[in-house]
Design a protein around this ligand. Structure first.
Ligand SMILES: O=C(O)c1ccccc1N[C@@H]1O[C@H](COP(=O)(O)O)[C@@H](O)[C@H]1O
Length: 199
């Protein structure tokens, strides 16, 4: 999200999280947003800052500026970096993993003690926001207790398949580019329709 009017419209939907992307190379970069643009957002919508290999002090400044309650780490951040963020900024940590085969899930083991949630996205040359899906069957080999966000190119064409999923630790659906009119501008009606299938 990066446009104030669009954020206001989104705030009226029954969503649980709203993401601001602070990766300067992203077309969805939200760092130019005035914090007052979030003033009407209800407190029950968690504000997630999305970062890619960002400097820890910069993360801290943005946590304070936008009152972020979660940070989503989408790069090669180490377990120790996750712990430092958690302790210094009092935020919950969502660590993203790029998945193309079950071996990619092995890496989660090192992060169990330092993250609140995992997020499984498609492995692409980009760090995220590719709009591409991965083979969800791979997640059958994910046996850890940490709940996960399912991500990566989810669209309204996936509604029936999502309803058939039976992963006990699937915690949330993370949607992005397939619900956009243009990068950073969400299609509110399309999102609302999607949400009604799951709420
Ligand atoms: O969206 C981006 O530009 C982006 C850039 C760098 C890291 C993450 C990014 N987006 C996140 O990627 C996932 C999947 O998005 P999509 O559905 O495939 O478009 C999601 O968490 C976005 O917030």
């Amino acid at each position: 999200m990066k446009y104030p009017g669009n954020i206001n419209s989104l705030s009226a939907l029954p969503i649980d999280y709203m993401g601001l992307i602070f990766y300067p190379k992203s077309a969805r970069y939200a760092g130019d947003l005035e914090p007052v643009s979030l003033a009407n957002m209800p407190d029950n919508i968690n504000r997630v800052g999305v970062f890619v290999n960002e400097d820890i002090d910069t993360i801290g400044l943005l946590v304070d500026k936008y009152n972020l309650t979660y940070i989503q780490l989408h790069g090669q951040e180490s377990p120790d970096f996750c712990i430092q963020c958690k302790e210094r900024f009092n935020v919950k940590i969502i660590k993203a993993f790029n998945v193309s085969e079950s071996a990619d899930l092995e890496k989660t083991k090192e992060y169990i003690a330092c993250c609140d949630y995992f997020l499984f996205d498609t492995k692409t040359p980009q760090h995220g926001g590719s709009g591409e899906k991965f083979d969800w069957e791979i997640l059958k080999s994910y046996q850890e207790q940490i709940p996960f966000f399912l991500s990566g190119g989810i669209s309204d064409a996936d509604i029936d398949d999502i309803k058939k999923l039976s992963f006990s630790n699937l915690y949330a659906l993370d949607v992005n580019s397939k619900f956009e009119i243009e990068p950073g501008l969400k299609d509110i009606e399309k999102l609302n329709n999607f949400i009604t299938h799951f709420k």
